[in-house]
Design a protein around this ligand. Structure first.
Ligand code: COA
Length: 301
């Protein structure tokens, strides 16, 4: 059963949101939750039928939704997307840059075009869309851009040099626009999801995780909270950032990953920590005391 939202259903009443990559996966759930909390929504993506179906699903939930087919790599498409939101609903207050591309590839096998493709969808696409929506967001007077990021680049991640570089650029944009556009009443924030169950990302980046229990357990055991996140968790983080509760938050990327990115296996099992630690301590004291009674320099300190 879907968890109940802690936000009031009219939190976003009167607002219009545009979500790129909003036709499926995390983007669709973000769109749905923005809509269920009162926003009118526009989704964009490359696959028209996917967008059409998504709009129908959103309509079934009582959400006022429209779609625009387009590719965030093309600036003129982004202008069309922002234009459509304003033409349909008279304003644009929330932009969620969720369109992204990724796949696993060893760097030595990744072509220049493969690297560029992901950089263009994620980094250039985020800039293009933000820039194309700027005038409409400025007119809103109380707007927010949310960039959906990742945690890949906090350290380094195997087989994702392209997406890591792209998301590092996205986070940099979040900070730069936070700095420059606050003046215009536009906040900018990021949300960095960890492993989210049932998404294209999981089936692409941890192949077999949907089906194979062993892979699933490996993923879960590297998340301190013990389980993968839900699309709902990411949508709630976005709702928080859009809500008045976050009106002083800008330029920041909120990590929603159950602390997965900082996970390291412990060298000592939890139930043995005290025993080992006290043993080591007792040993070092014994050595210290022996040194003191033999009049070593340490005893004079
Ligand atoms: N391994 C290595 N290279 C790959 C690859 C893979 N799995 N998939 C694509 N590429 C390379 C292609 O070979 C091509 O390079 P080349 O011209 O040197 O051969 C380049 O990437 C562009 O691929 P293409 O399929 O033409 O790009 P596209 O614009 O149609 O698709 C992708 C973009 C590749 C990112 C595609 O996966 C996509 O559309 N993804 C959107 C959904 C998604 O990934 N969401 C994120 C989930 S985490």
């Amino acid at each position: 059963m879907e968890p109940q939202s802690p936000f009031k259903p009219d939190t976003l009443r009167g607002k219009t949101a545009l979500v790129t990559g909003g036709g499926s996966g995390i983007g669709l759930e973000i769109t749905r939750q923005l809509g269920l909390h009162g926003a009118k929504v526009v989704i964009s993506g490359r696959r028209e039928q996917v967008l059409r179906d998504a709009c129908q699903t959103l309509g079934g939930d009582g959400i006022t939704a429209a779609f625009v087919q387009g590719d965030v790599r093309r600036y003129e498409d982004c202008e069309r997307m922002a234009g459509e939101a304003v033409a349909r609903f008279g304003r644009l207050d929330i932009l969620v840059n969720c369109a992204a591309g990724n796949f696993l590839s060893p760097a030595e096998q990744l072509s220049s075009n493969g690297f560029r493709t992901v950089m263009e969808i994620d980094a250039l696409g985020t800039f293009n869309m933000s820039r194309a929506a700027f005038a409409a967001l400025k007119s809103s007077g109380d707007a927010i851009i949310i960039n959906i990021s990742m945690t890949l680049h906090y350290g380094a991640t195997w087989w994702q040099a392209h997406a890591s570089a792209a998301k590092a650029a996205v986070d940099s944009l979040t900070r730069s626009l936070g700095l420059e556009w606050g003046h215009y009443g536009i906040r900018t924030a990021g949300v960095a999801p960890g492993p989210i169950e049932g998404t294209a990302g999981m089936s692409k980046l941890a192949p077999g995780s949907d089906a194979a229990a062993a892979v699933l357990q490996k993923v879960n055991s590297s998340i301190p909270l013990g389980h993968m996140g839900r699309r709902w968790d990411i949508a709630m983080a976005c709702l928080f950032l859009c809500s008045p509760a976050a009106s002083f938050v800008t330029g920041h990327t909120l990590v929603v990953d159950g602390a997965e990115w900082m996970y390291k296996p412990s060298l000592v099992p939890r139930d043995a920590v005290n025993r080992i630690s006290r043993g080591v301590e007792a040993q070092s004291r014994a050595v210290g005391l022996a040194g003191a009674s033999s009049g070593s320099p340490r005893s004079k300190l």
